[in-house]
Structure formats: C-alpha cells, structure tokens
Design a binder for this molecule. Structure first.
Ligand code: GLA
Length: 361
C-alpha cells in the first residue's frame, strides 16, 4: 500500500502533503564519510513514503505499516520509536522558521531496516520533503541532507556521516554518486554497461544506535590525535607507524586505504573497467573484515561464495555488523552466481539488482 492510501484508510481524509525518498547501496567507501573522505553510492528502487497533514492540538498521531500506530504529545521526550524521526524533523522545521503544532502522519516502506540500505536517512529525507511541501518551504538537496544528518545525531543517537542523507536527497537512478565528504562536491557517472550489482541480504540485521558504529567513529578520532591531523582524510599510509595502539592503527589503515580505493574505483567506473572495480570491492571487504572488524560470518560466507563462483567483486555494504552485501557480476553470470549464493548461504535473500539506467528486481 502507498502512504496516501494508508493515510486515508487510517485518518478517513486525504493527506495535504506526500513525499518519498529512496534507499541507497554503497558500491565502495565504507566508514570514510565521517572521516571526511570519499564514497560511491547509488540509489535502489526501494523507498520510504510519507503522507501528512497539520493538526492544531499539540499531538503527533502516526501510523506506520511496519511499526504500527502511535500517538504522542508534540513536546514529549524522545522514546526510541520511529516517532523520534518526526520529532526531529519538526524541530528543525521550527528552526527554519516554520513551527509545527501537530501532525497526522502515515509512513510506508519497502527498504528493509537495519540492512545497510539507509532506511533511516530515507525516512528523514521523505519526512523533510513532505514537511517542506506542507509549509511551502524550498530547501536545497544539500541543506535537506544536512538537516537529516542532524536528526540522526540528535534524535536517534547515531553519529553518522553524510553519505546516506546525500544519497537519498541527491543521487540519480542508474548513476553512481561520487561524493567528497569534506566539501560535499559531487560527480555522477553511469553504472557499468553489461554488468549488474546484485544486493543480497545476509539474513541478520543490526541497530546502529547499539553503539558499535559510534565506537568505530571514536577510534578513528583517536587515530587523528596520534597523527596530529584534523581528519583521516589527510593521513598518509607512510605515517601509520606513528600510531602506537595496534587496534587504532588497523582502523586508520582501513580508512586510508579505502579512500584510495574509492578514488580509483571512480576512475575504473568512468573507463568501464569492471574487473578492476571488482578487485577493489574484494580488497575493500577484506579490509573491513580484518582491519575495521565490521563483517560477520554470514557476510563473509556470501562474499566468499560470490568470489568462488565468478563474481568480479563482492563486499558488505553500509555500516556492517550484519545487513547486506553488494556483488558485481557480468550480466551473463548474474543468475548462476545469485542462485549459488541463495542456495549455499542459509538465511540469505535477494533484495534487488542494479544495472545501467534501470533497476531490475
Ligand atoms: C551508515 C552511516 C553512514 C556511513 C556508513 C558506513 O550507513 O549512516 O554515514 O558511515 O554507515 O560507510
């Protein structure tokens, strides 16, 4: 069901404003964004839709297909439910000069949560777009992304980078978005011809707010102190020996080498060199497994199976600790590799596939 129908069914009138935002799959460049580095995501067809109308009685009345119904007072405290996203978005609308006095709101989603496909950012961007439309406010895509990130930091508790919000708010279908997270400059390049990125879920999910994500962020901040630099974006691999703590050294090595891989991967994408791109994906996964320690046995099993059966590259995507893998294969081998993984990796399932200019199921 779409959010407009859900709204009408639940509230018995039509919403005044509706919007949507898509999830993303990151092709390469993990945990580099909050280190002011580079990322290379692209949109998936799965999305979140929001329909809403104002209320004047200081209440938020919400209905979500996935999480059920909830009514709260507008100025109540955050409580760890999906309504926190609505509290956050409304708070920042007030900061933009558009105070909200209450909302009826319906949300539908086709993005699996806790999967590394950015359902959180999609909800933030869809909400902000719908609210802007409701009050007649025009904000740039980058501004909306920055507000989405603030919601995540201050109302959800994950100290995320800007990749997910920028993807949901700025990326285009069939194109990879090369984003420099230091200055938010972007470049677009079409996805490979004759090759497909297959996205397969490992069957286990995670919650970023559980703390492991923020712990990784803290570890990279410690690395910058050892190196006396403002962010790992500016670190040199030759200076790693200045880091005296072996775990912090591994974390920094992942970020430095991953930044290098993203820059090379973007060149390979432009030059239509899928085998070289795939090799970088494999190296990225190895680095995330061994140095950043964010993989899982299920994710490793999928990546190994894909590599064994002829994929050009495979890696976990998103924050890690569970969730999805992204696999690059020629179109001719796509079915064979996908079947092998689904048959061999217990609990895995196909989420979507992406190839140039179209999104295939
Ligand atoms: C999550 C965060 C992003 C990014 C990725 C890892 O998706 O929201 O900012 O750090 O993890 O690359």
């Amino acid at each position: 069901m779409n959010s407009q129908s859900l709204f009408k069914q639940y509230f018995h009138y039509s919403a005044v404003s509706s919007s949507e935002a898509h999830g993303r799959v990151n092709l390469i460049g993990e945990h580099t964004d909050y280190n002011k580095g580079f990322v290379l995501p692209t949109l998936i067809k799965q999305k979140i839709e929001v329909s809403l109308s104002p209320r004047l009685d200081n209440k938020i009345v919400g209905i979500s297909e996935e999480f059920g119904e909830k009514t709260v007072l507008f100025d109540s405290n955050i409580d760890g439910t999906w309504i926190d996203f609505v509290r956050g978005a409304s708070y920042y609308m007030a900061k933009e000069g558009h105070p909200i006095q209450g909302l009826d709101i319906a949300v539908t989603s086709s993005i699996p949560t806790g999967s590394g496909l950015s359902s959180s950012a999609a909800l933030e961007i869809a909400l902000l777009r719908a609210l802007c439309q409701m009050v007649g406010l025009q904000l740039s895509a980058t501004k909306i992304a920055k507000i989405g990130q603030l919601i995540e930091h201050n109302f959800i508790g994950t100290l995320c980078g800007i990749m997910d919000q920028m993807s949901s708010s700025k990326a285009k279908f069939g194109q990879a978005l090369y984003l420099d997270c230091e200055n938010l400059k972007t470049k677009l390049a079409p996805i490979f011809k004759d090759y497909t990125f297959v996205i397969i879920h490992s069957g286990s999910s995670r919650r970023l707010s559980e703390g492991l994500y923020n712990e990784r962020k803290r570890e990279t901040e410690i690395a910058t102190k050892f190196l006396n630099i403002s962010s790992l974006r500016h670190a040199e691999i030759s200076n790693l020996n200045l880091i005296k703590d072996p775990k912090i050294l591994r974390r920094a090595r992942h970020v430095i080498t991953e930044n290098d891989r993203v820059q090379k991967a973007f060149e390979f994408l432009i030059n239509n060199n899928a085998p070289a791109f795939g090799k970088l994906m494999n190296e990225s996964h190895f680095s995330m497994d061994k140095d950043y320690e964010i993989s899982s046995p299920e994710l490793n099993h999928i990546v190994k199976t894909a590599q064994l059966h002829g994929a050009l590259g495979a890696r976990l995507t998103g924050a890690g600790f569970g969730g999805c893998t992204v696999i690059l294969t020629s179109n001719t081998k796509k079915k064979e590799i996908t079947d092998k993984i689904l048959n061999n990796c217990h609990k895995s399932y196909l989420v979507t596939s992406i190839s140039q200019n179209n999104i295939i199921n």
